[in-house]
Design a binder for this molecule. Sequence first.
Ligand SMILES: C[S@@+](CC[C@H](N)C(=O)[O-])C[C@H]1O[C@@H](n2cnc3c(N)ncnc32)[C@H](O)[C@@H]1O
Length: 303
Amino acid sequence: MVHQVVALAADVPPGTFLDATVGGGGHAAALLDANPDLDLLGLDRDQMALVAANERLARFGSRVTLHRARFDQLAEVFAELGHDGRLSGFLFDLGVSSPQLDRADRGFSFRHDGPLDMRMDQSADRSADIVVNEYDRSELIDLIRRNSDERFASRIASAIIAARPLRSTAELADVVVSAIPAAARRRGGHPAKRTFQAIRIEVNDELRVLRPALEQALGALIGGGRGLVLTYHSGEDRIVKHCFRDRTTVAHHHGLPRGLPVAETKIEFQLLRPAARQPDDQELAANPRAASARLRAIERLAA
Ligand SMILES: C[S@@+](CC[C@H](N)C(=O)[O-])C[C@H]1O[C@@H](n2cnc3c(N)ncnc32)[C@H](O)[C@@H]1O
């Protein structure tokens, strides 16, 4: 959804645009091309992504600063870089990148045989191996349910435990497929897709860091600045939706003495479109992974 992102960022004030998930730098390059008044601060927790982004964004020279960090460490990043902490805009393009999925040795994909890894940050302690081979049954059921819309979580958890030790993504994919009733295997893409997504979200603790990260980025936005978030499944979209809704509605202060000034109810943000935008047909043809993408956008009102 690069076009929609670029269009929504077209009118932001000059300054720093934060790409919290710079990945291979595709969105970043499009944003920099379209907005000559913007510099870009690009974060990623994946060192390989930063190498790719560095190459792709080299032509923008000093307009680009790339930094390895988890996106909920924004305050530390600003401090480390001596940045004033004011943002003209931000983008979170969540989830996993194509290069991460396509490289078998990263262990993200049920389509390529690789190690049970799935770590975005390759220096992190928890890999898919630990989740798959060490979590107990109830932990597995819980994370599969929570992180995907998988109906057969308990059958899959039992099958994983019975097949231990599992050593590769191909073995895991086979075990998951065999645990799903044959009639249900034909629906909704590859039958192992949802379980792989769920394990990846657990390995990278993706949902827990999202709201604090959004709050920090919103806090850094200057008047007229815009925040854009692309999500790829309902669990993360719900977090973004609630966060944006809470910042754009007046809280009801029941039980407060009448006449008391309630300064914190001032609304500082507005949603740019009430509903999440979805990819158009052209985008779907170019990138089938965009099928589940939702774009949400918010603007900080001028003071
Ligand atoms: C969908 S890709 C971004 C692709 C990018 N927009 C582009 O155009 O190439 C998501 C990226 O976010 C990174 N990522 C995911 N969660 C992160 C987090 N909590 N902190 C920092 N980076 C994260 C991943 O490593 C991955 O490279």
